[in-house]
Write a protein that binds this ligand. Structure first.
Ligand SMILES: [Zn+2]
Ligand SMILES: [Zn+2]
Length: 282
């Protein structure tokens, strides 16, 4: 059995974002929609008694996310301990990596799995943490390798990012986490097709979404995110996965608004919309 806990479901900036007055951020400040923290998930397997967790991406909201989730908090039987056994990075984006700095009080080096390009891009963060706990870097590879107990994982290479597929070796069940998808590559299509649960890039509804709010902003595709409307929606709708869930949702995305036709469209397509605290057991 694999347990996945969504620590944060928002894209970089969160909901609300400190300097944003878009309709969603304004509604979140007014208490009309629920605020969401920046994207990260925690994963564990039952062979570890669900007591040893790995984080996939470490967001700038990480310490708040830990305080919101008792099972990620230290046991009371020793003064310093943590159930967090390591971190896997999909890429070196600030909203995925800054949380590593917040774990600096750890007494042993942080175990971090990442692609070589991500490690190279995070040289600055490596230098800062070297003065504290340091990082024990481990490589991600395209074949399944053991993460912990019966949980194995592999990396699926995408343009400027990787997705992770997890497998419980005792049940054969699989889950995919792909929060930064620039393109539906054949390998990613196959992985989605083979997964029981799919957590997918739901950053933007449309390619020009950000430019409609901030003049001169890059398009979704230029920012490494395939939009939902004319990018991933039909593909996910047709995929056989038991649960399909959009996560890493930008605060400008109309699917966040309860009454929107875009949200209704996603739900009618059989796809869920993530929220902080959602737990998935496979
Ligand atoms: Zn991100
Ligand atoms: Zn906003």
């Amino acid at each position: 059995m694999i347990r996945i806990h969504i620590l944060g479901s928002a894209a970089g900036g969160g909901l609300p974002q400190w300097n944003c007055a878009c309709a969603n951020c304004t509604a979140a400040r007014a208490g009309k929609i629920t605020p969401q923290t920046q994207s990260s998930i925690a994963i564990t397997g039952d062979s570890e008694g669900f007591h040893r967790w790995f984080l996939i991406n470490a967001s700038p909201d990480l310490t708040r996310q830990i305080e919101n989730m008792p099972r990620l908090q230290p046991r009371r039987d020793s003064p310093r301990n943590t159930p967090v056994a390591g971190v896997l990075l999909t890429n070196g984006d600030i909203d995925h990596a800054l949380g590593l700095l917040l774990l600096r009080e750890q007494e042993i080096p942080l175990v971090v799995y990442a692609a070589d390009e991500t490690r190279a891009a995070l040289g600055w963060l490596d230098d800062v943490l070297a003065r504290f706990c340091g990082i024990e870097w481990r490589k991600t590879i395209p074949e399944f390798q053991t993460l912990s107990g019966t949980v194995a994982f592999r990396a699926i290479e995408l343009p400027r990012s990787i997705a992770f597929q997890f497998r419980d070796d005792s049940s054969g069940e699989t889950a995919l986490f792909a929060p930064s998808v620039a393109e539906l590559t054949d390998e990613l299509r196959n992985a989605v097709h083979e997964s029981d649960v799919v957590l997918f890039d739901g950053t933007f509804w449309s390619d020009g979404e950000l430019a409609a709010i901030r003049q001169g902003a890059r398009s979704a595709r230029q920012m490494n995110h395939l939009p939902i409307s004319d990018g991933s929606l039909d593909f996910l709708h047709q995929s056989p996965a038991r649960r399909k869930i959009y996560t890493h949702i930008n605060n400008t995305n109309p699917i966040l608004m309860p009454s929107s036709r875009e949200r209704a469209h996603v739900k009618q397509s059989g796809i869920e919309i993530a929220r902080d605290g959602l737990e998935i057991v496979i």
